[in-house]
Design a protein around this ligand. Structure first.
Ligand SMILES: Cc1cc2nc3c(=O)[nH]c(=O)nc-3n(C[C@H](O)[C@H](O)[C@H](O)COP(=O)(O)O)c2cc1C
Ligand code: SF4
Ligand code: SF4
Length: 249
C-alpha cells in the first residue's frame, strides 16, 4: 500500500511513479485527514509512505495520522521523503514512529524535488522545476527497485548539522513559523473555491466568496501555490514569485 501526503504535488507524483511500477494501491493521506477518515488499513504488500520534508522531518500532520491509524497485514515500512534540499536526520524519528506502530523500518529515501516553500524561500519557475524533476528520476527508480525486491533502502549518512536541524530546529519550527496569519487573497480572486478544496486541514473557507484562513494550518502551501489566478499572497514574502504546483498527470 502506498500512502502519500502532498501539499503541492511532488510527493503525489513520486507515489504515482511507485504505483506505476509496483501496481500497488495508493491512498491519499490528504483525503483521509480532510474527511476525518481514521478507518484501518490492510495491506499484503509493504507500506510505502511518500511524504514531503517539513523542517527535516516528516510533517506532523502525517505522523499523527499514521499514529492514529491501525494497519493490518504487512508491517514493513518504507519512507520516501521528497525535499527541496535535504531531509536531515528524519530517519531517527521514523525509526521511533515504526517502533511505536510495530512496523519494521525498511529505510528512508531522500528524493530532491522542486522547493515549494514560497512563504520562506524562492521556488523554481517551470523550466527549472522540470529539470529538477528529471534529475530526481534515478533516485526514484533506485527506491522503486528496493521496494519491489522487498529489500531495505540504503541508509543515508548523518552528520552533526543533520542532527541539529532535525532535533533542535524542528521543535521551534511549528510554534514560531507555521501560521496562516499572513495569507490573504487579492483582487485577482475569481472565487472558485479551489483553495478551500485543496486545504487538507479544512483551514480555508469562503466568507461571502472571499477566502479566509483559520488557525489550523500546517504550511503545506497547497492554497497559495494551487490558486489558478495566483490571487493568494503570504505577507510580502510571496510577492512577484512564481508559484510551484505539480498537477496530477
Ligand atoms: C513547511 C515546509 C517545510 C519544508 N522543510 C524542508 C526541509 O526541512 N528540507 C527540505 O529540503 N525541504 C523542505 N521543504 C520543501 C519540501 O519538502 C519539498 O518541496 C517537497 O517536495 C514538497 O512536497 P509536496 O509537493 O508533496 O508537498 C519544506 C516545505 C514546506 C512547505
Ligand atoms: S483558489 Fe484563488 S481564485 Fe479560487 S477562491 Fe481561492 S483565492 Fe480565489
Ligand atoms: S491553509 Fe493553506 S498552507 Fe495551511 S494547511 Fe491549508 S492549504 Fe496548507
Amino acid at each position: 500500500m502506498i500512502l502519500y501526503f502532498s501539499g503541492t504535488g511532488n510527493s503525489r507524483y513520486v507515489a504515482e511513479k511507485i504505483k506505476e511500477a509496483t501496481h500497488d494501491d495508493v491512498l491519499s493521506i490528504n483525503k483521509r485527514i480532510k474527511t476525518s477518515d481514521h478507518s484501518s488499513i490492510t495491506s499484503q504488500k509493504p507500506l510505502v509512505f511518500v511524504l514531503p520534508t517539513y523542517a527535516w522531518r516528516i510533517p506532523r500532520v502525517a505522523s499523527s495520522h499514521i499514529l492514529n491509524t491501525t494497519f493490518h497485514g504487512n508491517q514493513k515500512a518504507y519512507f520516501i521523503m521528497t525535499c527541496g534540499d535535504e531531509i536531515g536526520n528524519a530517519a531517527h524519528y521514523l525509526k521511533k514512529l515504526c517502533k511505536e506502530k510495530g512496523f519494521e523500518f525498511y529505510g528512508v529515501a531522500q528524493i530532491i524535488m522542486p522547493e515549494n516553500y514560497i512563504a520562506l524561500f524562492d521556488v523554481p519557475a517551470k523550466p527549472e522545476a522540470d529539470q529538477i524533476i528529471e534529475a530526481a528520476e534515478p533516485s526514484i527508480q533506485s527506491a522503486i527497485a528496493k521496494i519491489m525486491a522487498e529489500q531495505p533502502l540504503d541508509p543515508c549518512g548523518i552528520n552533526f548539522q543533520d542532527n541539529l536541524k532535525s532535533h533542535v530546529v524542528n521543535p521551534f519550527f511549528y510554534p514560531f513559523v507555521v501560521s496562516a496569519n499572513k495569507f490573504y487573497s487579492t483582487d485577482a480572486c475569481i472565487h472558485c473555491g479551489k483553495c478551500v478544496k485543496l486545504c487538507p486541514l479544512n483551514n480555508v473557507v469562503l466568507d461571502h466568496q472571499v477566502p479566509k484562513w483559520g488557525k489550523n494550518c500546517t504550511h503545506c502551501m497547497a492554497c497559495i501555490c494551487g490558486c489558478p489566478t495566483e490571487a493568494i499572497e503570504y505577507g510580502k514574502a510571496s510577492h512577484g514569485k512564481p508559484r510551484y504546483y505539480l498537477e496530477n498527470k
